[in-house]
Design a protein. Sequence first.
Length: 109
Amino acid sequence: MAFTSTIQILKVSQELSKKINPDTGKPYESTIARTALINDDGELETVGRLRVPRDLVNVAAVGVFRAGFALRVPDYGADKGDVVAVLTSLTPVPPARTAAPTPAAPKAA
């Protein structure tokens, strides 16, 4: 099951977990996007944090995107066993074009 939403990424940052990766001995690191959710009318709905999966880290940047989501049940972490929405794709949305100004009518002589 997949869903899409328009989002605006405001900031991308790295966050370190309190949990330690047993393989490396270092804290787990995640990429978090501070994100504005845009409704179908193009208006701001809310702002929040969105976890960016490793395969989308190079795509996540400040800008407007069509974001794809899927429902999954993680088998690890704080959400283990819960149905959660997971980011699956980011497609950049080009800036809206504005109409060129209409030239002024010539003055009558």
